[in-house]
Unconditional design. Structure first.
Length: 208
């Protein structure tokens, strides 16, 4: 093997190793009943002028057979006056988390995604407002690394922007950066390392 080839190939091997390290860990959803496939609302809850129920095929779920139907009964003085929540979480010190959710609404409306401290002062981590439309769309936000353990913690979707109906499905909350989902399997898309290696090796050969 020539010295020039070695210079090219060994960094490529190292790159593949780093890719394996970065993507080899399977993403684990921290939430229970994240796609509402249990056919019940629990452990999801709501507060304020809002009603929640699990509905089936008539709502055309984005994944599985069920999704959550949320009816906002009145506009709040503040957008946080009503919401859908997942409680009893702990955000560990030094970790960052990604919240991802599929949403659609009867009419376009904002919604606020907020991983937060579950008590006053309700500190948010990666809080983000997005706009829902009549079509399913995935939205996500990633927190910074937690400077300290947050306990109690929760996820809140603030919905008091307006009177409306919205649907929520395939909610994911996991450690690390955003990973694209595979809706056919209900799992994050796998990284094909053979494809990565082929791509890298092709670049090596083309630079010879």
């Amino acid at each position: 093997m020539s010295k020039f080839k070695a210079i090219l190939i060994f960094p490529a091997i190292g790159m593949v190793f780093l890719l394996c390290q970065a993507h080899g860990k399977e993403v684990e959803n921290i939430l229970q009943n994240p796609g509402f496939e249990d056919g019940i609302v629990n452990p999801w809850t709501s507060y304020g002028a809002v009603q929640i129920e699990v509905v089936g095929k008539e709502a055309d779920p984005i994944e599985g057979d069920f999704c959550l139907h949320v009816t906002v009964l009145q506009r709040g003085a503040n957008f946080w006056d009503a919401g859908v929540q997942y409680k009893n979480l702990v955000f560990e010190k030094g970790e960052k988390y990604t919240l991802a959710v599929f949403l659609k609404a009867k009419k376009p409306m904002n919604i606020n995604l907020k991983p937060e401290l579950a008590q006053d002062p309700w500190t948010g981590y990666g809080e983000r407002q997005v706009t829902m439309t009549e079509e399913w769309q995935e939205f996500h936000t990633t927190t910074p690394k937690m400077p300290a353990t947050v306990n109690p913690a929760e996820i809140t979707f603030h919905v008091a922007f307006d009177v409306n109906e919205l649907w929520m499905d395939y909610v994911r909350f996991y450690e690390g950066d955003y990973v694209e989902p595979d809706l056919e399997t209900g799992k994050p898309k796998a990284v094909r390392f053979a494809d990565k290696l082929t791509t890298i090796w092709g670049r090596v050969k083309s630079s010879r």
